[in-house]
Design a protein around this ligand. Sequence first.
Ligand code: F6R
Length: 268
Amino acid sequence: MQIIIFDDAQQVAENAAHWVSELIKSKDAPVLGLATGSTPISLYKQLVAKHQRDQLSFANTTTFNLDEYQNIDAENSQSYRYFMNDNLFDHVDIDKSKTYLPTCTQSENPREQGLAYESKIKHAGGIDLQILGIGANGHIGFNEPTSSLASRTRIKTLTQQTLTDNSRLFKADEPQPTLAMTMGIATILDARYVLLMATGKGKASAVKDMITGPLSAMCPASALQIHENAIVLLDKEAASELDDQAYYLWADKENRKVNQAFGLFHNF
Ligand code: F6R
């Protein structure tokens, strides 16, 4: 795991945008895995700015989102399709027919939908770079604690903690979905690179569990310990429960030299 600690959330977003834009520039047909939630909003703002200011083009990029609520219309402002259009897709030159989310209506079979999503990812050549946030309970995607480390795209019931954490995003009269389709932990581990962003004190305990273990289904993000190319971008608050911060800062300096010489994605 490459752990990079920044002064604030803005620097986390800027650095994440650098990783994404380098990926897009380095591949003819890049495949990005995307996340929703509060954390990546500033990353998407940075990407839109790079598109407008530096002509960063998304024309050849294919995207796969981590998750989507079950049985929700794309037009519903609570859907993750709406979120992605609103925060990124509507503002860049991406071909929306190459942007995928793991949808499942009430009448569709979640298992079949999950298998179809997995094969779409395979067909696209696999995910080059997967963006992740982390739940206060250690979830990645909607892989809640006790999710199988070998899981694939499927339907999950959200935990009470996740429902409470996300209730801030729903108005009093808006129903909050309790079921979601999500990439599994094994799906996420298949990505060539994963880039997890965490900001704020509320994530500090989950971040510590993810990095210092144990590797456990009780902290799904700890599965990233066995990923070959996991990059973790933290602000000071999210890193605040980590021991050994001096080592992470020093290792980051050394990694930057290697990255400068061989490129950010030299492990491809
Ligand atoms: C979103 C997702 C979730 C979030 C996590 C953190 O697609 O899969 O795992 O990344 O719940 O959410 P925020 O960023 O709102 O704290």
